[in-house]
Design a protein around this ligand. Structure first.
Ligand SMILES: NC(=O)c1ccc[n+]([C@@H]2O[C@H](COP(=O)([O-])OP(=O)(O)OC[C@H]3O[C@@H](n4cnc5c(N)ncnc54)[C@H](OP(=O)(O)O)[C@@H]3O)[C@@H](O)[C@H]2O)c1
Length: 259
C-alpha cells in the first residue's frame, strides 16, 4: 500500500531539502522541484539509496509562467501525488524605497502566485479524494508586518490568510491543510554573517524546525509555530481576532467618526 507521493518545492536546499529527507523516511515517494537540477539530483540519489522510496526531480523556476504551468499540470494530472509542500520562497529585500521593483515582483510571483496556483492545481483532486495534504510555508513575519521589511512579510501574511481560508473549505472534505510559521532558521536564505549577528537563542536548527512542523501536522494543527512555547498565546491571538468579527461590518460608521 503506497503512502502517496509528496511534491516539494524549493527542495534543493534549506527547509525543503529537510522536508524531502523526513518525508522519504516516513515512506513517501517524492517529486523534488527547484531551479538547480544538480542539487536536486544529488539529494534524490542519496534519499533513494538511503530510504528505498522513489524520488523524481523536476527543475523549474516557479517565478516563470511556463515552468509554473508545467508543475501545475503535473499536480493536476498525476493521481499518485497526494501531498504538496509549498515551500519555495525568497526574502532578501532591503528597505522598500531602496528595493528593485523587479526583485519585488519576482518575490510576489514566487511567494504568492506560485503558492496559490500550485495549491489550486492539486486542491480539486484532493477534495474529490477526501484526503491528502497541503503544507504552505509562511513565516512568523506574517504576524509582525511592523517588525521586518515591507513586501516579504506581506507575502507571508497572504500565505497565512490563504491557508486558513483553504482549511475551512478543504478541511471538512478530509484534506489536511497546514501553515508553518518558522522563526529564524539556519538555512542558506541567510548569510553566515547575518546569522552570526543574531542572538543564538533566536536561531533554530533546520532539522528541529521541520521535525516540529511535521509533529504539528500529525497533531492536526492548521497553524504551526515551531518556536512558540505556549500555544495558548496563539489561541488568544485568534480569539481576539474572532472577537472583532461582529463589529467589522455595520450599517453606519462608528461614533468616533462623527457621522
Ligand atoms: N530560513 C528562515 O529563517 C525562514 C524563516 C521563515 C520562513 N522561511 C521560508 O521557508 C521557505 C524556505 O526557505 P529556506 O530558508 O529553506 O531558503 P533557502 O535555503 O534559500 O532555500 C530556498 C529554496 O527555494 C528554491 N527556490 C528559490 N527560488 C526559486 C524559484 N524561482 N523557483 C523554484 N525554486 C526556487 C531554492 O532552490 P533553487 O535555488 O535551486 O531554485 C531552494 O531550494 C521560504 O518560503 C522562506 O520564506 C524561512
Amino acid at each position: 500500500m503506497t503512502k502517496g507521493t509528496f511534491l516539494i518545492t524549493g527542495a534543493s536546499d534549506g527547509i525543503g531539502a529537510v522536508y524531502a529527507d523526513r518525508l522519504a523516511r516516513r515512506g513517501h515517494d517524492l517529486i523534488l522541484v527547484a531551479r538547480r537540477a544538480d542539487k536536486l539530483e544529488a539529494l534524490a540519489t542519496t534519499l533513494a539509496a538511503e530510504t528505498g522510496v522513489r524520488v523524481e526531480t523536476l527543475s523549474a523556476d516557479l517565478a516563470k509562467a511556463e515552468d509554473l504551468a508545467r508543475i501545475e499540470r503535473r499536480l493536476r494530472e498525476d493521481a499518485a501525488i497526494t501531498g504538496l509542500v509549498n515551500n519555495a520562497g525568497i526574502a532578501g529585500e532591503t528597505t522598500f524605497v531602496g528595493s528593485d521593483p523587479a526583485y519585488l515582483t519576482g518575490m510576489i510571483d514566487l511567494n504568492v502566485l506560485a503558492v496559490t496556483r500550485l495549491a489550486a492545481a492539486i486542491a480539486p483532486r484532493l477534495a474529490d479524494l477526501g484526503s491528502g495534504t497541503i503544507i504552505n510555508m509562511t513565516s512568523v513575519t506574517a504576524l509582525m508586518p511592523d517588525g521586518f521589511t515591507a513586501v516579504y512579510p506581506a507575502t507571508k501574511a497572504y500565505v497565512l490568510a490563504f491557508t486558513e481560508a483553504l482549511n475551512v473549505e478543504l478541511g471538512e472534505k478530509g484534506v489536511r491543510v497546514q501553515a508553518v510559521l518558522p522563526g529564524i532558521t539556519r538555512t542558506p536564505i541567510w548569510t553566515e554573517e547575518q546569522l552570526a549577528g543574531l542572538p543564538a537563542e533566536m536561531v533554530m536548527d533546520v532539522y528541529d524546525m521541520v521535525d516540529a512542523a511535521l509533529t504539528g501536522l500529525d497533531l492536526g494543527e492548521t497553524i504551526t509555530i515551531p518556536a512558540l512555547p505556549d500555544n495558548a498565546d496563539l489561541d488568544a491571538y485568534l480569539d481576539a481576532r474572532r472577537a472583532l468579527r461582529p463589529n467589522l461590518s455595520r450599517n453606519r460608521p462608528a461614533d468616533r467618526y462623527g457621522a
